[in-house]
Design a protein. Structure first.
Ligand code: 3HC
Ligand code: NAI
Length: 695
């Protein structure tokens, strides 16, 4: 027995309690402890029933993910669960908190399940590139309908107690007692009713409707494009309906081991831990954030309205300032439409919607209304002059201690801060469109921003349920700076011979949510045009400058919002446009370029080489603190496939020497664009990886 699991006898019930903070993960010590304690309970003649429960905030939330990829230590979880299931005395799992992954598999190995009212259940393995590997795919469809098991296992979705009880996953709901007391009382009731051990594995599997598995395979091939685990989940559940349990379990284990050894599993677990690591910064350790309840937003266009909605949905109070009352009314209407969308999707009740508009939101044109705001987020036009003017006004009006934030995409936050007498309170908070949906928030720390203000930026992100990444100041911060660079590389590919449609297709097949030219159409081609004009005076003459985007803008083709950009949009559906190809062909002719065939692999290689090379510079300059900050940025704001873990993880997976060789090869065509970043060269020379820099 270990400290992680203890056993005690209460009358005729053995109580096995797991204590492995913070989430009672199934470490080797917990596995060994559980197996030992179940054996002890079975050997003890006074014991007639067994209860498994947990101390702390949750029942077991899964296998210990930290052990993945390391040498296996006995006993294995499947063996432990078989010991539980084989107990001659009835075993009750008394559940609370989040019963996830291996935790739910332990509960399924028990014979009866009782849960606290707000317990949640799920098998999230698929989100980690795995399938439930300790019997979940075989036991769950023996307890709940196969369709429901298939849905839970392939989506990783968590269900609440009512759904679990209706489906038969829990036998009883504890209404008053704590898990330990409730478990003991329930075990005694079962004994008094003469209930015996009821091994789940001995139950017949529920039957599946015709075509269920083939439909699921086809749907998942689209929805979870490129991923292996979802298909394996389907195979394993289909096995449960066809094979004896021992064979089904053996196959499940084989699939699990295969996936465990794969790159997708390491990438997804890298993403899981990186998202938890990203907010752990020495500069804000032990620094208390300021209180934030009242939010000001300046500018109620695309971004301002989205930021207001995001804050309102998080329970905050918002005052939005526009240029005049007519614009303020337009912003109110946008906010209200977005909130209506939340009501339709069941995310917001009608009563809460009414309350927000009546009591927590106001849009005016009077800056004085921001006097009591705790934090003001500016989202006016992307012009340094306009922003400086706004910050001057905010400085004069806002209370001492209020944080003044800019949502600028590219501009210099230091220059903005200098317009105030409180540069220590100025920060960049870069949201992504649509701001009430996208998870990423770049927290842009200027030279004089105080640690308390940085900590408040992170705390604000948490309230909004966003993932915050720290960035230093540079043109475009982490994300848009990388985007400018890989987009430049893709412009080069187009001039060399590919079409924008070839580029988008190759990158979507690689796993990106959208290709760069579809992204440009969505953001609005005028945005990039304005940036190019702003940077024109400082552009290096050696830089390759593709003009086709400017030609489109000159024809008022600004993308989706004007119905034409790189694509033509009819009823929102994009299609290729021969006129775009003509514009590009004309530019090639003007420059004496003969179009070459460029393979999809070459497109991906150039895209990734450009992204990784610029990321190495961003790291070396300290704009991003660690490679994991770059990965989290691209995963949450730029549609990078999570199962590839982010560009830095991808680079480590394919090998930094391969990336460096690609860059050197491309530098023979354009040695300005393709200069290897010194950090990349150094890592290759030292045989190191980006992961080595994550600390
Ligand atoms: N193993 C190891 N550490 C874990 C863990 C796990 N399964 N789950 C969470 N942790 C750690 C986190 O890394 C974090 O550590 P830190 O404080 O050092 O950063 C700490 O526990 C708290 O986690 P969160 O910050 O995420 O806390 P929340 O309260 O927000 O969420 C949770 C709790 C819902 C349990 C969430 O952590 C979660 O979803 N965990 C993963 C659950 C999971 O995927 N389980 C399946 C594992 S795979 C498996 O079981 C295979 C089996 O089929 C064989
Ligand atoms: P937008 O043009 O949709 O909205 C800007 C709004 O600001 C307009 O409604 C305008 O009336 C208002 N405004 C202008 N001057 C003002 C002033 N002095 N006082 C009050 N209101 C004023 O622009 P969008 O797209 O919302 O962008 C806003 C900011 O957010 C820009 O800095 C942009 O770079 C940044 N951003 C934009 C993203 C996008 O995808 N659109 C993504 C991330 C950041």
């Amino acid at each position: 027995m270990t400290n992680a699991v203890k056993i005690e006898t209460v009358e005729n019930v053995a109580v096995i309690e797991v204590s492995n903070p913070p989430v009672n993960a199934l470490s080797q010590a917990v596995r060994a402890g559980l197996a030992d304690c179940v054996a002890q309970a079975n050997a003890n003649e006074t014991v007639q029933a067994v209860v498994i429960c947990c101390e702390g905030r949750t029942f077991i939330a899964g296998a210990d993910i930290r052990e993945f990829g390391k040498p296996h230590a006995e006993p294995s979880l499947p063996a432990v669960i078989e010991t539980i299931e084989a107990s001659a005395k009835p075993v009750v799992a008394s559940l609370h908190g989040t019963v996830l992954g291996g935790g739910l598999e332990v509960a399924l190995g028990a014979h009866y399940r009782i849960a606290q009212p707000n317990t949640r259940f799920g098998l999230p393995e698929v989100t980690l590139g795995l399938l439930p590997g300790a019997g979940g795919t075989q036991r769950l469809p023996r307890v709940v309908p196969v369709k429901m098991a298939l849905d839970m296992i392939t989506s990783g979705r968590q269900i609440k107690v009512a759904e679990a009880q209706e489906a038969g996953l829990v036998d009883a709901v504890a209404d008053q007692d704590d898990p330990r007391t409730a478990g003991i009382a329930y075990a005694m009731t079962l004994l008094s009713e003469g209930k015996l051990a009821r091994p789940t594995g001995a139950l017949p599997c529920n039957s599946a409707e015709d075509g269920l598995f083939d439909t699921a395979r086809a749907t998942l091939a689209k929805k979870m494009r490129g991923q292996f685990a979802p298909q394996k989940c389907v195979d394993a559940i289909e096995n449960a309906t066809k094979l004896p349990i021992t064979e089904g379990l053996a196959q499940e284990r084989a699939f699990f081991q295969d996936l465990m050894n794969g790159d997708q599993r390491s990438a997804l677990i890298h993403a899981f831990f990186s998202e938890r690591q990203v907010g752990k910064l020495p500069e804000i350790k032990d620094v208390s954030p300021r209180d934030i309840a009242a939010i000001g937003v300046v500018g109620g266009g695309t971004m301002g309205a989205g930021i207001a909605v995001s804050s309102l949905l998080a329970g905050l109070t918002v005052t939005l300032i526009e240029r005049d009352q007519a614009s303020a009314d337009r912003a109110t209407s946008s906010v209200s439409k977005m909130l209506e969308g939340s009501v339709k999707r069941g995310k917001l009740s009608q009563a809460a919607f009414d309350d927000i508009l009546a009591n927590r939101f106001a849009a005016t044109s009077d800056y004085q209304d921001l006097a009591n705001a705790d934090i003001v987020v500016e989202a006016v036009f992307e012009s340094l002059e306009v922003k400086k003017d706004v910050f001057g006004q905010l400085d004069a009006i806002c209370k001492p201690g209020a944080i003044l934030a800019s949502n600028t995409s590219y501009l210099d936050v230091n220059a903005i801060a200098e317009m105030t007498k409180r540069p220590e309170d100025v920060i960049g908070l870069h949201f992504f469109s649509p701001a009430h949906v996208m998870k990423l928030l770049e927290v842009v720390v200027a030279d004089k921003t105080s640690a308390e203000v940085v900590a408040t930026g992170f705390a604000f992100a948490k309230k909004l349920r966003k993932v915050a990444v720290r960035s230093g100041v540079c043109d475009g911060f982490i994300g848009n700076r990388l985007l400018s660079h890989y987009r430049q590389a893709m412009d080069g590919v187009v001039i060399a011979g590919a079409s924008p449609y070839d580029v988008d297709r190759a990158l979507v097949n690689f796993g990106m949510a959208m290709g760069p030219f579809s992204v440009a159409d969505l953001a609005g081609l005028d945005i990039g045009w304005a940036t190019r004009k702003r940077l024109a005076p400082t552009r290096d003459p050696r830089e390759m400058y593709a003009e086709f985007s400017d030609r489109l803008c000159e024809k008022d083709r600004f993308g989706r919002k004007t119905g034409r950009g790189f694509y033509i949009y009819e009823d929102g559906k994009p299609s290729a446009d021969p006129e775009v190809l003509e514009i590009i062909a004309a530019e090639r002719t003007d420059n004496g370029v003969k179009a070459q065939e460029i393979s999809d692999q070459e497109i991906v290689d150039r895209y990734m080489a450009a992204m990784i090379n610029e990321a190495a510079r961003v790291l070396e300059e300290g704009i991003a603190l660690r490679p994991l900050d770059v990965d989290v940025t691209l995963l949450n704001g730029y549609g990078f496939p999570r199962w590839r873990g982010g560009p830095m993880q991808y680079a480590d997976t394919v090998g930094l020497d391969k990336i460096l060789n690609d860059i050197k090869r491309l530098s023979q065509e354009d040695d300005f664009m393709w200069q290897p970043a010194p950090l990349l060269e150094r890592l290759v020379a030292e045989g190191k990886t980006f992961a080595d820099l994550n600390g």
